[in-house]
Design a protein around this ligand. Structure first.
Ligand code: NAD
Length: 295
């Protein structure tokens, strides 16, 4: 079994991005600027945004966070989006999901200027991705593609089984892995909560991608010998051995599944860090496209 090391790969990628930023600045260009909009006090969202801000600083980006309470109205949030769309100093921004129930997340995403939509969630960018046109790829699937590539894994002809059909992970992952590209050229089966006899599908997977949000859902009897297993899940479970009383774990029963795999991502240290590196890639791209890198 080999580890698909997202932490090391992400550090390497972030160093490359930082070197690119240094070059742009030396040539008189603009420092990329990412803004995160954080609504409410959800601890997980707060932690994700914290990681993103830290990564921006390391890569030489400017970053800012706009925080509002969960009682914000839809109109107020749309006004924040409009302001960011028009702010020339901001190259890209994200509205951290999930949003409170009274906010229409689709309306918020549709209000984002697609040229600043570094999460790649705007329908125009989703459409471009589906057509294989240049665009901002959603950070998590894009990070997984980079992880496979940088570990020299050739996926052509493999059967990829993806569990999950969210717009941010499962759906774009299916599109990217079935593309005529490398990584890509997989035969893709996409499973979800209504799939009958899930195990009959997972057992056929050369690449198994779990994006479910249920701790240790994928057990070793569901995995084919020699499979590549990508664990997207981030779940907090209680752990009395930890000072905090809890720890993060994935959707895969790592200890037992790892023994059967050719490659596997750990949680933490797998897909999570790659997501952040991909977001920085998108922001650098936005900065270069929107301003030609010139201040
Ligand atoms: P989601 O809740 O939108 O989607 C979960 C999917 O799992 C659904 O499409 C559902 O059909 C499927 N599902 C649920 N129960 C199932 C079952 N019994 N059998 C088969 N399929 C089932 O979640 P999401 O936003 O796609 O995120 C999934 C997980 O990935 C979460 O744990 C989330 O925290 C994590 N995540 C991690 C990163 C990262 O950077 N590592 C990024 C995004 C999401």
């Amino acid at each position: 079994m080999n580890i698909l090391d997202g932490k090391a790969t992400s550090i390497a990628l972030q160093e490359e991005i930082a070197a690119e930023v240094t070059k742009v600045i030396a040539a008189g260009g603009k420092r990329p600027h990412l803004t995160a909009v954080l609504i409410g006090m959800d601890p997980a969202s707060r932690a994700y945004v914290g990681h993103k801000v830290k990564a921006c600083a390391k890569a030489g980006f400017e970053s800012s966070t706009i925080e509002r309470g969960k009682e914000i109205s839809q109109t107020e949030l749309l006004e924040i989006v409009r302001t960011l769309n028009n702010d020339k100093s901001v190259d890209g921004f994200i509205v951290q999901l999930p949003l409170p129930d009274h906010i229409d997340a689709t309306a918020v995403i549709e209000a984002i200027d697609p040229r600043k939509d570094v999460d790649g969630f705007h329908p125009l960018n989703v459409g471009n991705m589906s057509l294989g046109l240049p665009t901002f790829l959603p950070a998590t699937p894009s990070g997984i593609m980079t992880l496979l590539k940088r570990h020299g894994i050739v996926t052509e002809g493999m059967h990829a089984v993806i569990i999950g059909r969210s717009d941010i992970v499962g759906n774009p992952m299916s599109v990217l892995l079935s593309r005529n590209s490398e990584p890509g050229n997989c035969t893709v089966t996409q499973c979800h909560s209504r799939t009958v006899d899930l195990k009959s599908h997972t057992l056929k997977a050369d690449i198994l991608i779990a994006a479910i949000g249920k701790p240790h859902f994928i057990t070793s009897d569901m995995v084919k010998e020699g499979a590549i297993v990508i664990d997207v899940g981030i779940n907090r479970i209680s752990d009395s051995t930890r000072k905090s009383g809890s720890r993060l774990t994935g959707d895969v029963d790592f200890d037992n599944v790892a023994q059967k795999c050719s490659w596997i991502t750990p949680v933490p240290g797998g897909v999570g860090p790659m997501t952040i590196a991909s977001l920085l890639e998108n922001t650098l791209q936005a900065s270069l496209q929107n301003t030609d890198g010139i201040s």
